[in-house]
Write a protein that binds this ligand. Structure first.
Ligand code: OOG
Ligand code: MG
Length: 259
């Protein structure tokens, strides 16, 4: 029998020591997605026990670019914690990570509760108060950033940091499926895409999250919650000294420095 609490402690240590560990499925081929979420639950509890608070939900593997890059084709969810928040134009310290990557996303802030199991994109849009651009920094705790779906679920979907844009927007001001994004490191274009890449419309990703949470007995997404809807483009490796900027059509840019 696998001990989910012990597996969660091992992942937490990997994050705290910035040292990768082998993935769980390597030695335990029976480790499945349901067990992955059990380990994630334990990991979330361990972080709460340390005094950290959940800042946002996150969806992962919601675009073709990400599915192709990670060789996984199913959306997953996890949690962003308060200690992961970096201000726009802020700084990351490379030593705090194992092998960080950055991806451009659209974030939602809900004006009303959103609850599965039958949530739709249209209903999410009507219940969204704000949308804003965000960069997610992911940092798999597994060696070489290689894993199977149950492993990455256990690892809280590689969540590491988030940078929200300074300005927020009303959802009805935008065609939320038509936001073009370009991502640069040190002035060089590294990735680009359009928000429709995220399940046709990033609002759909929020609907899928609500339905997954309902299915898993985790209740509704409460009014005021923040949701990261998933990378629009593939994730780009970040290195010491990098200056990272993403431009979002009509929504300005989000950036950070790596020292
Ligand atoms: C898993 C996390 C994926 C996204 O936006 O697709 C994710 C990973 O790629 O390590 O956050
Ligand atoms: Mg992401």
């Amino acid at each position: 029998m696998l001990d989910c609490r012990e597996l969660a402690k091992r992942l937490l240590k990997a994050e705290e020591n910035h040292k990768a560990v082998s993935c769980i499925t390597e030695k335990n081929p029976e480790f499945d997605i349901a067990m992955g979420y059990q380990v994630q639950n334990e990991l979330v509890q361990l972080k709460k026990d340390q005094g950290h608070k959940i800042l946002a939900y996150k969806m992962g593997i919601t675009s073709q670019a990400k599915m192709k890059q990670m060789n996984i084709n199913e959306p997953i969810y996890g949690y962003i914690f308060d200690y992961m928040n970096v201000p726009d134009e802020g700084e990351l310290v490379i030593e705090d990570f194992i092998h960080p990557k950055v991806e451009a996303e659209i974030a939602f802030i809900l004006g009303e509760d959103v609850e599965g199991p039958n949530m739709t994109m249209e209903e999410v849009l009507s219940k969204t108060e704000w949308v804003l651009p965000a960069l997610e920094i992911i940092d798999s705790r597994y060696t070489d950033f290689v894993f199977k779906l149950p492993d990455v679920v256990a690892d809280n979907t590689s969540a590491a940091r988030v940078v929200f844009g300074k300005r927020r927007f009303r959802p009805n001001e935008y065609e939320l499926d038509a936001i073009g994004v370009t991502m640069f490191t040190n002035g060089e274009l590294r990735a680009d895409g359009v928000s429709a890449a995220v399940l046709g419309n990033p609002a759909n990703s929020v609907a899928v999250l609500a339905n997954m949470l309902s299915h898993d007995g985790k209740g509704k997404i409460a009014k005021g919650s923040i949701i990261l809807s998933g990378g629009i483009t593939e994730a780009i490796m970040v290195n010491k000294g990098d200056s990272v900027t993403a431009n979002y059509d009509g929504m300005g840019s989000v950036s950070f420095q790596v020292r």
